[in-house]
Write a new protein. Structure first.
Length: 268
């Protein structure tokens, strides 16, 4: 990869599904500039490649999905020489986090295989579906480090689980169990670790069974509509829906239903 990055992630495409793995298990998959940059490149590819219909993101190992920002790296930054600092600054300038891709067009499933803390939870909050192993823990412990969950965690968590509940976790830095996250509606499914892949694959299969343009139009309307009053959301026609209405797949779906066969989606 450009810039001498360290391949701290894995990216694979199988059929219409992209799979991203944060690959720093020795550091609990925490986010350093190299990993953030690689993730940015992966999401760029998912956005521009029409043959990719959805993505799954997870962490290597069974301890952590992502433990947040690499605080040890931040400490090293203070003692780095000018060349090293310039290299990291270059990576930062070329990085666009999933957290800031406010209207990412394709669905993303977070396969949470352990701790999702700080920036790790913020990554999961930016996904559409979360499937978690039963030993996983979630939290925004930044105040315990003199920080805040500034990568939209302080904004997304209250929107996803309610204000008072979110404040209880954000002001204390407490963790929530996977079971509690499910009760609060933050997580879609909780399973034992040895069943995690099978559970994720079921979600993937169900999404792939749907027309990709219909899935994207649904996500766009739902997410953008949250910013509008209900009536305005209802009457607003987004670009994704315009594209879906004019697509071959919009004809293929009813035709396949009438002919009692599985549809052959083209994504166009």
């Amino acid at each position: 990869m450009a810039g001498g990055t360290q391949n701290v992630s894995k990216f694979e495409v199988d059929g219409h599904v992209a799979r991203i793995t944060l690959n720093r298990p020795e550091a609990m998959n925490s986010l350093n500039p190299e990993l953030r940059w690689e993730l940015s490149q992966h999401y760029d590819e998912i956005e521009r490649n029409d043959d990719i219909w959805l993505a799954v993101v997870t962490g290597a190992g069974d301890r952590a999905f992502c433990a947040g920002a690499d605080l040890k790296h931040r400490a090293r930054e203070r003692d780095a020489d000018a060349e090293q600092k310039a290299y990291w600054e270059k990576l930062v300038g070329e990085t666009k986090s999933l957290i800031e891709r406010w209207h990412f067009p394709k669905p993303i499933i977070a396969r949470v295989n352990g701790f999702a803390l700080g920036g790790g939870l913020e990554q999961a909050l930016a996904c559409d579906i979360i499937v978690a192993a039963d030993h996983a823990e979630f939290g925004l412990p930044e105040p315990r480090r003199g920080l805040i969950a500034g990568s939209a965690g302080v904004h997304r968590l209250p929107r996803q689980i309610g204000l008072k509940t979110a404040m209880g976790y954000m002001l204390t830095g407490r963790h929530m169990t996977a079971a509690r996250a499910y009760e609060l509606g933050l997580v879609n499914q909780v399973v034992p670790l040895d069943q995690l892949d099978a559970a994720v694959d079921e979600w993937v299969a169900d999404i792939v069974r749907c027309a990709p343009l219909a899935v994207r139009a649904t996500k766009e309307a739902a997410m953008k509509g949250l910013d509008y009053p209900l009536a305005q959301a209802y009457y607003t026609l987004h670009d994704g829906e315009r594209k879906r209405r004019l697509s071959e797949d919009a004809l293929e779906g009813p035709r396949a239903f009438a002919e009692k066969r599985a549809p052959n989606w083209k994504g166009r």
